[in-house]
Design a protein around this ligand. Structure first.
Ligand code: ES4
Ligand code: ZN
Length: 324
């Protein structure tokens, strides 16, 4: 399948950290606009820090860059820049993560972030017909009390959000820590997802399913180590949002050829392809599909992965039927 054909496959992006779409050029221009000092001398210096060895080495750079995002307009600009690229890659529906606890530490209220991102999504709806919504992510290496306080804050605006997620440093921060937070989120009407089995073990995927009652698992690639878990995911059609280029760049897999994607598909798991933090990991969603094509997936298999992304989304049934 040519990369042009890959880009015209209608698809949904379900695992995308909007802060991870911040390109170095925009980071430096927002730093200047907001009078924020970045701990990098220039764009080239920042790019040299992209040689990640694991998840934490990436998160250190990612959180440092997020400090340039201060105003509602910054978040709108960020979202619009991403959504333009997504539209060009055949994305018709986006469920976008954001990390309010990190912005709060920079003095930015969650309402400012929500307003800015929603304005970006509204503009993409008008310009490109893109649908979607926001998934508020709990930063799991911050105290549980901070997550509880965030829930207090978003309560009145929960109807403007699609869901709740769980991200950041995984090992040592098991999903069960956030059982009460996710229960409260469900009571607010939020859909539930969580990062699990990226660097952490298959046991964390089980915990996300049992303690948090997630409807999708973000990454989930370590599920490959547990045949019973694979059978459970397949039987209950719990989708995985897999991010191949992210897994390579953060060394969650030794190389692309060693990625368990094919084995997950062969186990009958509903797998989707996503970009995670495209500015940092060397490619947007079209590049991730191209990486999968390079693994030997044929046109029918790639079309199935794209269809899975629509099926696995939280779009309503009418919208899903339009897109498939
Ligand atoms: C993330 Cl790749 C990844 N894993 C966990 N948390 C994250 N936040 C942003 N990107
Ligand atoms: Zn992620």
């Amino acid at each position: 399948m040519t990369s042009r054909d890959l880009r015209t496959l209608p698809k949904a992006e379900l695992h995308l950290h909007i802060e991870g779409t911040l390109e170095p050029e925009l980071a430096f221009s927002l730093a200047a606009r907001n009078g924020v000092d970045l701990p990098f001398t220039d764009i080239d210096d920042l790019r040299t820090r992209y040689d990640f060895t694991d998840l934490q080495s990436f998160l250190d750079v990612y959180y440092a860059c997020m400090a340039v995002l201060r105003t509602e307009q910054d978040f709108t600009d960020l979202a619009v820049a991403y959504l333009e690229r997504a539209a060009a890659d055949g994305v018709h529906h986006v469920e976008m993560f954001f990390d309010p606890q990190v912005h709060a530490a920079n003095g930015v209220a969650v309402g400012t972030v929500i307003d800015g991102l929603r304005a970006g999504l509204d503009s993409a709806a008008e310009r490109f017909g893109i649908t979607g919504g926001l998934i508020v992510c709990i930063v799991r290496d911050q105290p549980v009390a901070s997550a509880e306080a965030l829930l207090d804050e978003i309560g009145p605006r929960a109807h403007e959000l699609l869901g709740i997620g769980l991200d950041s440093a995984e090992v040592g921060y098991p999903p069960s820590l956030f059982e009460n937070v996710f229960r409260r989120a469900a009571e607010l009407g939020l859909r539930r997802v969580a990062h699990a089995g990226e660097e952490g073990p298959a046991a964390y995927v089980w915990e996300a399913l049992r303690a948090l009652e997630v409807e999708r698992v973000d990454h989930g690639i370590r599920s490959i180590d547990d045949p019973e878990l694979l059978a459970h995911l397949a039987e209950h059609r719990v989708p995985l949002t897999v991010c191949p280029l992210s897994n390579v760049r953060l060394r969650a897999v030794p190389e692309l050829a060693a990625h368990p994607l094919q084995r997950l598909v062969d186990a009958g798991v509903v797998v989707t392809i996503n970009s995670d933090d495209p500015s940092y990991f060397g490619g947007y969603i079209g590049d991730n599909y191209a990486a999968v094509a390079s693994l030997g997936f044929d046109a029918a298999e790639l079309a199935q992965l794209a269809e899975n992304s629509i099926t696995a989304s939280f779009a309503d049934a009418t919208r899903k039927a339009d897109l498939i």
